[in-house]
Design a protein around this ligand. Sequence first.
Ligand SMILES: [Zn+2]
Length: 90
Amino acid sequence: MPASERKLKWCKHGHIVGEIKKVTFGSYRVQALMLYEQSLELADVPEELPPLRARLIGSAADVTCTICKATLEWIIGQDTFEALMAHYPR
Ligand SMILES: [Zn+2]
């Protein structure tokens, strides 16, 4: 997929920490942050998805950039939240 069509997630210093992809969760398609094993320089957008540290579907605080150690936050989307709620009925 061309880089321009990818939703990259980067730290405040411009390192790519991961990218946002639609994944299947239960019977839903939800957004997940594919957190790269190693953060990358912005010029080095990988052709393929590199090895991952984590696949984050719910919100996560303190996601760290492995290059500069900056932290960022991954906020769950409303559609994803609703899918999770539907998946785990009270
Ligand atoms: Zn960084």
